[in-house]
Ligand binder design. Structure first.
Ligand SMILES: [Cu+2]
Length: 122
């Protein structure tokens, strides 16, 4: 392998690491988004009350910590599978005011009934 080729590989590896860090932190590029980081587990979503302003762009970064769940927010046509340990990024515009329920939409154990929360759009 030539030195030049090795250098290109090294740069590529560094860029891949930087990109995955950005995805995990969810902070860059996040300008213009109202961002929340949530966990999903059998005992519920944490936090389970999200308040935003109408027409804000919203980004949810949700990680299931115990097993697979699904995040469902019917008011904005969202249903996202959450695999354990794999942060999912959900983006939408809070285009209507009101209080909307979100919940886990797949049976995940005895705490499933507690897996709900509210999105308040002011
Ligand atoms: Cu569930």
């Amino acid at each position: 392998m030539s030195r030049r080729y090795g250098f290109i590989l090294a740069v590529g590896a560094l860029m891949a690491v930087a990109a995955s860090n950005a995805r995990l932190s969810g902070r860059a590029p996040s300008s213009g988004y109202h961002e929340f980081t949530l966990t999903a587990k059998d005992s519920g979503f944490e936090p389970n009350l999200l308040t935003v302003n109408k027409d804000e762009k919203v980004r949810l970064i949700i990680t299931a910590t115990d097993c697979e769940h699904e995040f469902r927010l019917d008011a904005f046509d969202i249903n996202q599978v959450l695999q354990k340990g794999n942060p999912e990024i959900i983006e939408f515009t809070a285009s209507k005011a009101g209080t909307f329920q979100f919940k886990c939409s797949v049976y995940c154990g005895k705490g499933h009934g507690k897996m709900h929360g509210k999105l308040v759009v002011l």
